[in-house]
Design a protein around this ligand. Structure first.
Ligand code: SF4
Length: 197
């Protein structure tokens, strides 16, 4: 982090272990492909704004991430959208990061899109593979997919949080005390708070 507590462009990829599955997926896709479609850029870009990435750092981050583009093309086709997210263009609306409810219920991703919620929009096979890649064991994968199969996406995400933060969570009696996940930035903030406790 920079000295004023903001997340710099260089820090973003080091924060991934605090990201919820939807944002891990977007970060991973961007790193792999060097490109991302509009809806993914908005979902991920507003999340980054919410964790403390300034407009200046966002410009640096996205310019580096879109590594196949010339400066000229980046400036012409993408810089406006990034400034727009920060309320510096168009109607100058200060857009908020999307909630889980918005991500889960609106703008269903089509082929080639990467936005959305893994617990709602991934196939079962894709979700299982993604959880296994995060080194989750069979039993944990099963307890998460059982919830997403029933349509309980945010409960599945809360379970994901519990499992991936198990070692640091306080316990209340037999149950683990964790707030239900309703927002990707809440997932991030809760994760950071546990580690910096
Ligand atoms: Fe992201 Fe919310 Fe889905 Fe979790 S439940 S993966 S935070 S959209």
């Amino acid at each position: 982090k920079s000295t004023n507590g903001q997340i710099t462009a260089a820090d973003v990829d080091k924060e991934v272990h605090h990201f919820p599955p939807c944002m891990r997926h977007l970060q991973g896709t961007l790193a792999e492909q060097g490109h991302m479609r509009h809806s993914g850029r908005i979902q991920y870009g507003l999340f980054l704004k919410g964790i403390g990435v300034s407009i200046e750092e966002a410009m640096v981050y996205w310019r580096r991430a879109f590594r196949h583009l010339s400066d000229d093309k980046f400036q012409k086709e993408y810089a406006y959208n990034i400034r727009h997210m920060y309320g510096l263009e168009g109607k100058r609306t200060n857009y908020s990061p999307y909630s889980c409810n918005k991500i889960i219920t609106s703008n269903h991703p089509g082929p080639g899109d990467n936005h959305g919620c893994p617990f709602r929009h991934f196939s079962k096979e894709q979700l299982v593979t993604s959880l296994q890649q995060q080194k989750l064991g069979e039993e944990d994968v099963g307890s998460i997919t059982e919830l997403s199969d029933q349509g309980h996406c945010q409960l599945a995400c809360t379970r994901h949080f519990e499992i991936t933060h198990r070692a640091r969570l306080p316990t209340t009696g037999a149950s683990i005390a964790v707030e239900r996940i309703i927002h990707p930035n809440q997932y991030y903030d809760q994760s950071v708070a546990l580690v910096t406790k």
